[in-house]
Write a protein that binds this ligand. Structure first.
Ligand code: NAD
Ligand code: DAU
Length: 349
């Protein structure tokens, strides 16, 4: 089976790529990634010499490149993770999100449809999406698979649009698809613009911890390797045309999460209790900030027997340990040196 994974050099994509290569030696995995600021081939150092792995540098917005790629390789399936993924960046540059998340997704759908020539037996287009498409919850309730879409940020609007296109290709052309909408992921290899790695990096370097608004915004957090396992389960056992919500049943207000991180960091860095908390700084709120996300993940639990395997306190501690013992990765990301990895590894061969 030839599988095209898009965005495999990113945070979640690298975990999915590693999992598929490790668990399915009969698969040939092609990782298509543009290597934007968020793509980092150092995330895949341990598997890059696997004979079943091939990296492809390219942009999903480039339709003719994508069509050629499908003609050359005749993929059996696509696991689509490539995206612009950071809400704050979508507020400053919304168009980039339209290009990659909407047009890029439609280019992939077209290429898959044309390459499979309506012979869809054994084929699958898996679209990885987010709980942010459902909008914001009040203090109560959960997002289910039938919650109406109500995105508020340019990021979530672009992801919602891509989800609609994926369903439209299923309904109109019969393309076999699955979609999953997951809550906030945390773990190794996450770019330090996102809350958890940003705070870990700043605490280590005695820099302030920017808390947006009053810090009472709530997110549901899931260990990234649990997300990769859920994607594996849905890819292999999910029903054509279905949507699955994935979550951790693990809600935290940002301020409580940051305080818990501060506690762990003081302990790991052998600093007096309360040192890191002094870095907490309340800053201007994110415009259109969604108050609360919470996932009802009972469908995937019932249908595919999925439950998160890692408790949050344990996962957070492991995450802190990973970033603290991978200084080189963090230094390369924050200095921009990670951009040289592709040249060193691939262009001189
Ligand atoms: P990320 O930003 O870490 O990685 C995105 C990857 O896509 C990068 O490697 C980047 O180089 C690549 N990419 C971007 N534009 C591209 C283009 N035009 N062509 C080819 N490659 C391109 O993102 P992530 O956090 O790993 O998220 C992956 C997917 O999962 C996204 O679709 C995101 O919406 C979704 N998601 C993320 C979370 C989360 O908490 N991070 C939660 C739910 C869903
Ligand atoms: O819910 C899934 C989504 O989770 C994914 O679709 C997105 O790709 C991913 O980036 C994430 O979005 P969030 O906006 O929830 O993640 P972020 O880490 O940016 O922020 C988490 C919360 O912390 C949010 O309420 C904003 C707040 N925050 C964030 C940053 C970066 C701060 O208070 N300070 C900060 O410096």
């Amino acid at each position: 089976m030839k599988i095209l994974i898009t965005g495999g050099a990113g945070f979640i994509g690298s975990h999915v790529t590693r999992r598929f290569l490790t668990n399915y030696p009969a698969y040939k995995i092609y990782n298509l990634d543009k290597l934007t600021y968020a793509g980092n081939l150092e995330n895949l150092k341990d598997i890059e010499s696997n004979p079943n792995y091939q990296f492809v540098l390219g942009d999903i917005v480039d339709a003719s490149f994508i069509n050629n790629l499908f003609s050359t390789h005749s993929f059996d399936a696509v696991v689509h993770l490539a995206a612009e993924s950071h809400v704050d960046r979508s507020i400053t540059n919304p168009l980039e999100f339209v290009f990659t998340n909407v047009i890029g997704t439609v280019n992939l759908l077209n290429a898959a449809k044309n390459s499979w020539k309506e012979n869809f037996e054994g084929k699958m287009f898996y679209h990885v999406s987010t709980d942010e498409v459902y909008g914001s919850l009040g203090l109560e309730g959960f997002f289910t698979e039938s919650t109406s879409y109500d995105p508020h940020s340019p990021y979530s609007a672009s992801k919602a649009s891509s989800d609609h296109f994926v369903r439209a290709y299923h309904d109109t052309y019969g393309l076999p698809i699955v979609i999953s909408n997951c809550s906030n992921n945390y773990g190794s290899f996450q770019f330090p613009e996102k809350l958890i790695p940003l705070c870990i990096h700043n605490i280590k370097n005695n820099k302030s911890l920017p808390v947006y608004g009053d810090g009472k915004y709530t997110r549901d957090w899931l260990w990234v390797e649990d997300h990769a396992r859920a994607i594996d389960l849905i890819f292999h056992k999910g029903k054509n045309g279905e949507t699955y919500n994935i979550g951790g049943f693990n809600e935290w207000q940002n301020i409580d999460l940051i305080k818990e991180l501060c506690r762990i960091m003081d302990e790991k860095l052998d600093r007096p209790k309360g040192t890191a908390e002094k870095l907490i700084t309340f800053v201007k709120d994110r415009p259109g900030h969604d108050l609360r996300y919470a996932i009802d993940a009972s469908k995937i639990n019932r249908a595919l027997d999925f439950t998160p395997s890692v408790k949050f306190e344990e996962g957070l501690e492991k995450t802190v340990e990973w970033y603290l013992s991978n200084d080189e990765w963090m230094n390369n990301v924050t200095s921009g040196n990670y951009k040289k990895y592709y040249e060193a590894q691939y262009t001189n061969r």
